[in-house]
Write a protein that binds this ligand. Structure first.
Ligand code: ARG
Length: 570
């Protein structure tokens, strides 16, 4: 379904062509202020600058060729040469009726679907998932959902950190002081305990340090006992990660961790060297980027002088594998901002290797505690994701239980999950991903403000209107927009289709979150101004019920793209 913006842009393009002006200027945007109509075009100003003409004259010339029949009232010129459009109510009604009959709520599939690999979450084995991984997990999942919904072919790959120097220590600890009972109860905590214990002992005991390093070399050489221990640490850690993913309703298509590429690292380095892409420098094998000023003096090291491989080597082998097996048009990496240099390097190296997939580092900032410092537990450790989620559900349960019209006991648990987990996800997704944000329980669970519980509550309140009405909305009821609040709501609903695709322009779920927040507010004003169940005529009642139902569907659909569910009651 073309959106109002697309329809207006098409008319404008036709007018520009017939006025012999550059049709590439035919862009139309939503007006920020209703006084200037619903949509605006600034083509006249840009074109006047090129022609050194008066922008208002150019605007008048464009308007003389502009046919907006059936779409908008006659366009008006405002200010320095803006062209303002005000959509006709009959057009809005027809478009809303089509939206009501559409499962996709008017959102079109992209014209050219792409194959996209999304690399996200990617926690490290034998280490707890910390709040930094929350951002990658929640953001990555949302981008996967939006891209899929828009029709792209998406492959979600969890590139877990299941290989590295930490395993020498973990294996040494496993062999000498493993507590099996603790491992059963909470595998990751026990693995972390082993790692820390060995770290501590190594400080004063050179022998332990040497033996732990030997355990690592043995693992790398394929020693069966060490390999079996390593395998168990991976499986046990994965099981814990999986509990979190299940709780969060997040799925992956692949789980190819760093270890999957071990055997590819040596041949890759040999090939890079043979092709002259990498050269030896002080014993290490490096890729230099002489043509990229930002990477001057910052080569990617792919093999250390002791023969060991690095993070960059694994990532290059991973790219090669993905390209060979999946042929992606794009690869998106949802990883924190501190790794920016690493991704610049490997993207540049991949180019040198002749790989032309479009690769993006989708970076994000930190989560801060209420003291505005990186969030820590009371004992000074990084806060684990699982603690955050448990506390979110617990707080939501208390909130649900405190409500006056109490839910039946069996619904409390699932509602608490929906609200608590939704609140954590929304706190993440409603932020500009690049800024650090302060994690505040009271703020993210508040029933008023830009929060998931507020949006869920707006949905629940609309559903309760239908319970009282004892009927569903009739999707073929004509939509009447005579009251200003009805018209504003109708326009806002139609703009859902214009909002969802924008999320992928710069990977900004907060644009969708803000839209949903505004939609809920718009509905609130409509509800204050326009009685629904006690509407003056049956036709107006049917129209208002349909607008209400469309609002509930849009809220719930938009939240689902953010990975958030809606309860039926709360
Ligand atoms: N495991 C890494 C970490 O926790 C993130 C991996 C991101 N993905 C990648 N292909 N490098 O920092």
């Amino acid at each position: 379904m073309p959106t109002p913006r697309e329809l207006l842009a098409a008319r404008l393009r036709a007018a520009l062509i017939s006025a012999e002006l550059d049709p590439a200027r035919a862009d139309v945007t939503q007006s920020a202020d209703a006084r200037f109509g619903d949509y605006q075009a600034n083509a006249a100003m840009a074109l006047a600058k090129e022609k050194r003409a008066n922008p208002r004259d150019v605007a008048a010339e464009i308007i003389s060729k502009l046919d907006v029949t059936g779409l908008s009232a006659p366009p008006e010129i405002a200010g320095a040469g803006f062209i303002n459009f005000r959509l006709e109510n009959s057009f809005l009604s027809t478009a809303l009726s089509a939206m009501a009959k559409d499962d996709r709520l008017g959102v079109s599939r992209v014209a050219q679907p792409r194959k996209i690999v999304v690399d996200f979450s990617s926690p490290n084995v034998a280490k707890p998932m910390h709040v930094g991984h929350i951002r990658s997990t929640i953001l990555g999942d949302c981008l996967v959902r939006v891209a899929r919904f828009l029709g792209h072919d998406v492959l979600a790959d969890n590139h877990i950190g299941d290989w590295g120097t930490q395993f020498g220590k973990v294996i040494y600890g496993w062999k000498h002081f493993l507590d099996r009972e603790a491992l059963q109860k909470d595998a990751i905590s026990e693995l972390v305990r082993l790692y820390r214990e060995v770290n501590r002992l190594e400080e004063t005991d050179e022998t332990i340090k040497r033996v732990a390093r030997e355990e690592l070399v043995k693992l790398q050489a394929g020693d069966p006992e060490n390999f079996a221990i390593w395998q168990q640490t991976v499986e046990l850690s994965w099981r814990e990660f999986e509990k979190l993913y299940t709780l969060l309703d997040i799925r992956f298509d692949e789980r190819l961790g760093e270890s999957a590429y071990n055997d590819a690292l040596a041949p890759l380095c040999a090939e890079l060297e043979k092709r002259g892409i990498a050269t030896e420098s002080e014993g290490a094998l490096c890729i230099f980027f002489p043509t990229i000023p930002a990477l001057e003096g910052k080569p990617a090291i792919v093999r250390k002088s002791d023969g060991g491989f690095l993070y960059a080597t694994t990532d290059l082998a991973t790219i090669e594998y993905r390209v060979r097996h999946w042929h992606p048009d794009s690869i998106w990496y949802v990883v924190g901002a501190p790794q920016a240099l690493h991704f610049q390097q490997i993207f540049a190296a991949a180019k040198l290797m002749g790989i032309d997939s479009d690769m993006r580092h989708i970076a994000f900032g930190s989560i801060l505690g209420e003291d505005r410092k990186i969030m820590k537990t009371r004992s000074g450790e990084n806060v684990g994701l699982s603690e955050v989620l448990t506390e979110a559900v617990e707080r939501a349960r208390r909130m649900v239980e405190a409500r006056s019209d109490k839910l039946p006991q069996e619904e409390i648990e699932s509602t608490a999950h929906t609200i608590g987990l939704g609140a954590v996800k929304y706190a993440e997704l409603s932020q500009n991903r690049l800024t650090d944000y302060v994690f505040s329980w009271d703020k993210l669970l508040a029933l008023d403000g830009n929060t998931a519980p507020y949006l869920q509550n707006a949905y629940v309140r609309i559903r309760s209107i239908f319970r009282r009405a004892e009927e569903d909305a009739d999707i073929s009821a004509p939509i009447l927009l005579d009251e200003p609040a009805e018209r504003i709501l109708g326009l806002k609903l139609l703009q859902y289709a214009e909002t969802v695709p924008v999320v992928l322009d710069d990977f900004r779920p907060n644009i969708l979150a803000n839209y949903l927040y505004e939609l809920a507010n718009t509905y609130h004003s409509f509800y204050e101004a326009c009685p629904v169940l006690k509407a003056p005529t049956p036709a107006i009642r049917a129209s208002r019920l349909l607008l209400s139902s469309l609002t509930a569907r849009t809220l719930s659909h938009g939240l689902s793209l953010l990975g958030i569910r809606c309860p039926e009651k709360m």
